[in-house]
Design a protein around this ligand. Structure first.
Ligand code: PNW
Length: 601
């Protein structure tokens, strides 16, 4: 309570000092009031983050947003754009074989096996991915406005496992040239990154920050210069804080126009330099992040259990609007959104478990895939639930939403078993206090005891308890997507990757770089895609997560998904063995040659 009172006092101070509070705002931000929230309230019990409870308006400047809601942020010592330098050839030597011969030259060498009926078709696009808040750092640089993630990691008690933030991260905002050079040197074809909405629009709407537009233009141009195709995601969870404060972010229909306005600026500026666009990353995940923690953001009267679905509703309108906008602007790259989830294996062959599996598809992938690929509306099990509170999509909206993803982009890391809750599905559906409500599908990482009770596959780091290596199920998963949603433009696995267990505890760099489970994950995953392709599934591309170790959201830097190691003190990067394993799949099976590009000296 004392802290809330302090925030109120700070807010009051900010009002009275309004004219001078922009002193250190970047020059690209016009130092005039741009966003306002209404504050009214008589008791010291209300917070600034609840504007509906106040009546007099104050003006929040760029500085205020940072100072009131985030506080001081750290800065990297290297804070101007760094030029790329050649990658030493010694770094490009693959590790000794993990799965091939490790016999010294001259001794008996077993044949490395190759299945001659497998291949990646011509034009198959493959690469590595990152996201703005996880990689860039430079949190307050060049006019970036705060996002909700700056607040979550700076302010919200207990939200992070290690009190780490994205203030500096991989310093990718300044090191992107070197980072692109490093992947080009291995022949990587595609780099997928996201644009930070609050860099382009520090307040989420209103003023545009030209410096940020130029920054991403140079990232895109650098990719092209190095023979790497840029893939761009517009929204990877870093919602401009001001939009959350103004109207509740994705909970409000007001987000749709603001997203479209942002999309219009980005599409218009970069246009056809980008062959593949993704509107939003994993709406299931960021919508399920609602309700946000109490008292740090604008409170809302929408009941907590409904919030993810209001978010999803607005995401579908924003995504489909952006799709049509891109087409009307003459954008010829593909437009999709990144869905996510794992393959759902029935634990037993009972009809109750089959029902649980169907409910799980409907409450996860189907939430966004049925409207966009089938009929503009939610799957039956989900619709039965949300129609109690969400407005039905109108016929015009359904028509607008249906058919708005050129590729089925799926972030498909793992698989799980599904089964009916002990109480039965029907009684769970009636019982709000059942922890499995409303999907009422129970999950397990292990086979049933009659099948031995084993894990579906090796576990990842304990900080990613949801993730197991379950590559055996990937062909079935790809078939399921193809058969269920029938994507005309094929399927792309737009994220897959593995957190090597306990990697953070390794202290010797050479030990860290040798990552056996992640390496076998990549080898087996690529073979699984090859199997699916050989069986006729149209898989058109894949993106490994991640280009390098980065901020794993609330796990901070403790949970590592990188194909490259990063020393977060020196910002040195180094290829892990798994990176070579991944590239090797395309060297062995790609119909397109893997062509490394080097820095022109
Ligand atoms: C993805 N799950 O998130 C995100 O797009 C990345 O930003 C993130 O770093 C990466 O995966 C690794 O976690 C997911 O629970 C988060 O199934 C959770 C799940 C899947 C993907």
């Amino acid at each position: 309570m004392k802290m809330l009172f302090l925030i109120l006092m700070q807010a009051a101070l900010a009002v009275s000092q309004n004219s001078s509070s922009n002193a250190s705002a970047p020059s690209s931000i016009i130092p005039t009031p741009t966003a306002s929230i209404s504050l009214n309230g008589s008791s010291g019990t209300t917070t600034v983050s609840n504007p509906t409870a106040f009546s007099s308006s104050i003006v929040i400047t760029w500085n205020d947003l940072w100072d009131l809601f985030v506080g001081p942020v750290s800065m990297a010592t290297m804070n101007t754009t760094m030029a790329a330098t050649p990658i030493p050839t010694s770094e490009l030597i693959p590790p000794p074989g993990l799965y091939y011969s490790s016999f010294p030259t001259g001794q008996q060498i077993p044949m490395a096996s190759k299945n001659s009926s497998w291949s990646f078709p011509k034009g198959f696009w493959w690469g590595v991915a990152s996201a703005a808040y996880q990689a860039e750092g430079a949190a307050k640089a060049e006019g970036r406005g705060p996002s909700i993630w700056d607040v979550l990691l700076h302010r919200v008690t207990g939200y992070t496992v290690a009190n780490q933030t994205g203030d500096i991260a991989d310093n990718h905002y300044y090191m992107y040239k070197q980072d692109i050079a490093r992947i080009a040197a291995l022949g990587v074809k595609t780099y997928s990154f996201s644009i930070s909405w609050s860099r382009i629009f520090p307040f989420g709407n209103g003023q545009i920050n030209q410096e940020a537009l130029e920054h991403y233009d140079d990232v895109i141009n650098t990719c092209i210069e190095y023979g790497v195709e840029p893939s761009v995601t517009l929204f990877h969870w870093d919602l401009p804080l001001n939009l959350q404060n103004l109207y509740g972010g994705w909970l409000s229909s007001e987000i749709v126009d603001d997203f479209l306005n942002y999309a219009k600026v980005v599409f218009s500026y970069y246009g056809n330099k980008v062959p593949r666009w993704f509107t939003v990353n994993e709406p299931i995940v960021f919508c399920d992040d609602y309700p946000l923690p109490d008292n740090y953001f604008t409170n809302t009267s929408i009941p907590k259990y409904q919030q993810p679905y209001w978010c999803g509703h607005h995401v579908l309108l924003a995504h489909s609007g952006a799709y049509h906008l891109a087409r009307s602007l003459g954008i010829n790259g593909t437009i999709s959104f990144k869905n996510n989830g794992g393959y759902k294996i029935p634990l037993t062959n009972s009809s109750a478990d089959a029902r649980a599996v169907q409910r799980a598809w409907d409450f996860n992938e189907g939430w966004f895939a049925n409207p966009t690929f089938i009929n503009g509306d939610y799957p039956t099990n989900l619709k039965d639930f949300v129609s109690d509170f969400l407005p039905d999509f109108t016929d015009a909206e359904k028509q607008m939403i249906n058919g708005t993803a050129d590729v089925f982009a799926h972030d498909a890391y793992t698989s799980q078993f599904y089964f009916a809750p002990d109480a039965g599905i029907d009684s769970c559906v009636q019982n709000k206090s059942n922890p499995l409500w409303p999907s009422c599908a129970n999950t397990s990482y292990t086979y049933s005891s009659s099948d031995g009770g084993w894990n579906v596959g090796p576990a990842a780091d304990p900080l990613s308890p949801w993730l197991h290596k379950a590559t055996d199920w990937v062909p079935a998963f790809l078939h399921y997507i193809a058969d269920t949603w029938k994507p005309a433009g094929g399927i792309a696995v737009t994220e897959f990757g593995f957190a090597e267990p306990f990697e953070v505890q390794k202290t010797i760099k050479a030990d860290i770089l040798f990552d056996p489970i992640r390496s076998s994950y990549y080898k087996d995953y690529m073979e699984a895609i090859l199997i699916a392709i050989s069986e006729g599934v149209n898989v058109v591309g894949c993106l490994a997560w991640s280009i390098f170790d980065n901020l794993e959201w609330s796990d901070g830097y403790q949970d590592k998904f990188g194909l490259q190691y990063v020393n977060f003190t020196t910002q040195e990067r180094a290829y892990k063995a798994s990176f070579f394993e991944y590239v090797n799949a395309f060297v062995t099976y790609g119909q397109d040659e893997v062509v490394p590009h080097y820095v022109p000296s």
